[in-house]
Ligand binder design. Structure first.
Ligand code: PLP
Length: 376
């Protein structure tokens, strides 16, 4: 019997360990640990990847989203109490970024097929709550974008803030914008997470804001550095949300390998989706014309606890993203203003299968074989 853990970060980073060590040594010897060359170059490289004019590297993904919203408040584009539409089935950080700024998160049901925001439900909520902004989350690495979302944003003059924590490098089909565009450059601004488990993961915390709005980028940059536009000159009551130079250097090494990683994950997904044919296991949808980056490969199983136990007995690790949606967390007792049946169904059924390096396509067929023998 094979033993396949869900994720082993040491093994995931092993192929590039020497490159990482060399880059770390260079930073240590440079004596420059903040605001250095690696941070500047990382920002340029991420902006190029996301097809935006600006990138501001920051401390983590939650701070990236918090800073965007705070900057829009400082710029007078949002006011305390304004409604922001956000999917109910996201990681809690998307929602924390909104409530932390005194804005009102309005949670919206996802679409069962895409597992991303249900755009028509979002349109209803925009009208009902006079929303000023919408936060599509590219969950599991699948872009949450279509023409309908764009039209709603334009019709209601919404700020579109992408939660791009899980989808760096993904491409969405965009009518009228020359075919495809990369996530992070679809809306007005986007927050990226470089949490260690992400496809582009630091060796600690890090994140970034991408945008083509120069005023927003400058405001975020100042806010992230005590609200100062130059040394010891504070134009806002800011925060300290800077990225470490060491993490910027690690990320630049890993960025060189991101495309290989996306290609590798897509090959594994192809095997999983073709080979898994158990009638009680629903595989995720692959969307033509988009590039999904498969931060997680998530199936749905109604007998989840039995399934997870069965996988464990067979040496296969799994995980759940996410078992308890924000509106059922103790910190958000009044978040849900209407029933959330799709969100709760997903929360009860989703199971993530191993996909990170060193999982191979052979492992994926082996795992699919085990799944197909799950006693019905
Ligand atoms: C969808 C989503 N949003 C926001 C975040 C927050 O990112 P971080 O952990 O870097 O603060 C994460 C990741 O953890 C995430 O998955």
């Amino acid at each position: 019997m094979k033993n396949i853990p869900f994720l082993n970060l040491k093994l995931a980073n092993e192929p590039i360990e020497e490159e990482l060590k060399q880059a770390a040594c260079e930073v240590i010897s440079s004596g420059r640990y903040l605001h250095g060359e690696h941070t500047q170059l990382l920002e340029q490289e991420i902006a190029t990847l996301c097809q935006t004019s600006h990138c501001v590297a920051v401390s983590n993904g939650l701070d990236a989203l918090r800073l965007i919203l705070r900057a829009y408040i400082e710029m007078g584009r949002l006011c305390h109490g304004d409604a922001v539409i956000v999917p109910a089935n996201t990681f809690v950080a998307s929602i924390l970024a909104i409530s932390d700024n005194g804005l009102k998160p309005i949670i919206c049901e996802p679409d069962l097929h895409t597992m991303n925001l249900d755009i028509s439900a979002a349109a209803q909520l925009v009208k009902a709550h006079h929303a000023r902004a919408i936060m599509p989350v590219h969950l599991y690495g699948t872009p949450c974008w279509d023409t309908a979302l764009n039209e709603i944003a334009q019709e209601h003059d919404l700020l579109v803030i992408e939660d791009n924590a899980q989808a760096i490098g993904a491409q969405a089909a965009t009518a009228g914008l020359n075919g495809t565009r990369t996530t992070g450059g679809l809306g007005n601004a986007a927050g990226i997470s470089f949490y260690p488990t992400k496809n582009l993961g630091a060796l600690g915390d890090a994140g970034a804001v991408t945008t083509s709005d120069s005023q927003l980028a400058a405001t975020v940059r100042a806010l992230a550095n005590y609200g100062s536009d130059r040394r010891y000159h504070n134009i806002m009551q800011g925060l300290n949300c800077r990225i470490d130079e060491l993490q910027a250097a690690m990320l630049r090494v890993k960025l060189r390998h991101l495309n290989e990683e996306i290609t590798r994950r897509n090959a594994i997904v192809k095997v999983y989706n073709t080979a898994i044919n158990h009638r009680q296991v629903t595989t995720p949808a692959i969307f033509a014309g988009t590039t999904q980056v498969w931060h997680q490969y998530v199936v749905r199983v109604s007998r989840r606890q039995e399934f997870i136990g069965y996988m464990k007995e067979n040496g296969i690790g799994t995980d759940i993203h996410y078992a308890t949606p924000a509106h059922l967390q103790p910190c958000y007792p009044t978040l849900a203003t209407h029933p959330m049946p799709v969100t709760e169904l997903l929360a009860n059924e989703v199971v993530s299968l191993p996909i990170a390096h060193p999982i191979t396509t052979d492992d994926a067929s082996y795992i699919a074989g085990i799944i197909n023998s799950f006693p019905a």
